[in-house]
Design a protein around this ligand. Structure first.
Ligand code: C2E
Ligand code: CA
Ligand code: CA
Ligand code: CA
Length: 279
């Protein structure tokens, strides 16, 4: 399946290369995909290793292209981020996620919150907060079931406005995570000013844990920073038992990564929750 994915990626690159001269067509393709319902979500479990339990999921988008098969977000999100198309994608993901939570609610077992990636452009767009509020009200889903992941780049633009939107999200009960933490415009100043909940240690640091002291030291520094600021810390991209153990020894028990679980289709994610409820 992996080889298949790579072949698809290659095919897609050459397909996209042909269209690169007219960025418009590529954009049109994404618009068509939205109109024709070609996107779907997968859900990657987030594990609390102290209890061996799932405490949440991250929703990740996939594009089931009629000719190319499944396309990874890295192959179309950057393009979509160059225009307001990313806002349409984000809105689709948000609605799909809230709808999914609404469906899960009727089940006999405990559900867990789902984190959604929001691009900087969408976060800063007028009406973002209101659209989240409207969505939650429409499906009568509690805000605490939804989490939002944004990258550090979002903060540098307009601090006051960021604080305003984030405070609004907090009032709705929506948690805010800083994605890819450590790779962006790190400033301790904004970390103190913004009403954040979670730092996600970027997977590039986690992947270096076994390779050199620096990787481990950076993870350790981020965990300490989070503890001092009273934020939660999640490690992403945990791929093996060594990384898992080192992170645990640093006091970081919230993990997301292939070592624990790959992103799952909705039915499989639900099955995980069902199994967990029986334990
Ligand atoms: P991200 O937000 O940092 O998401 C984590 C990525 O790491 C996901 O790739 C996930 O499948 C992958 N991953 C998880 N565990 C491991 C692991 O143990 N090892 C490795 N090597 N990778 C792991 P994915 O799904 O391909 O997403 C790539 C990026 O695309 C995301 O990075 C995010 O920036 C963007 N993206 C994905 N879905 C959405 C979406 O719905 N909306 C927006 N705006 N962006 C999205
Ligand atoms: Ca993310
Ligand atoms: Ca990330
Ligand atoms: Ca990323």
């Amino acid at each position: 399946a992996k080889q298949n994915g790579r072949d698809n990626a290659k095919l897609f690159q050459s397909y996209m290369a042909k269209e690169v001269t007219s960025g418009f067509q590529k954009e049109q393709d994404i618009k068509d995909a939205l109109d024709n319902d070609q996107f779907f979500l997968v859900f990657q479990p987030q594990i609390d290793t102290a209890y061996g339990r799932i405490f949440g999921f991250e929703a990740l988008i996939r594009w089931l292209h009629p000719k190319m098969g499944t396309i990874s977000p890295d192959d179309f999100i950057p393009q979509a981020e160059e225009s307001n198309l990313i806002c349409r994608i984000d809105e689709w993901v948000l609605e799909k996620t809230v709808k999914t939570l609404d469906t899960w609610r009727s089940l006999e077992f405990d559900i867990q919150p789902v984190a959604v990636n929001i691009s900087g452009r969408h976060f800063a767009a007028e009406g973002f907060l209101e659209s989240i509020q409207t969505l939650l009200e429409r499906y009568d889903v509690p805000g605490s079931w939804l989490k939002i992941e944004i990258t550090e780049g979002v903060f540098i633009h307009n601090m006051d406005y960021c604080v305003e939107v984030m405070s609004g999200l907090k009032q709705l009960g929506v948690e805010i995570s800083v994605d890819d933490f450590g790779t962006g415009y790190s400033s301790l100043h904004y970390l103190k000013m913004l009403p954040l909940d979670v730092l996600k240690i970027d997977k590039s640091f986690v992947s270096e844990i076994g390779d050199n002291v620096e990787g481990r030291k950076i993870c350790e520094a981020i965990v300490q920073l989070a503890q001092n600021l009273e934020l939660e810390v999640i490690a992403e991209g945990v791929e093996n038992s060594h990384q898992c153990e080192v992170l645990n020894s640093l006091g970081c028990h919230l993990h997301q990564g292939y070592y624990h679980h790959k992103p799952l289709i909705e039915e499989a994610a639900l099955e995980m929750l069902r199994t967990q409820s029986l334990q």
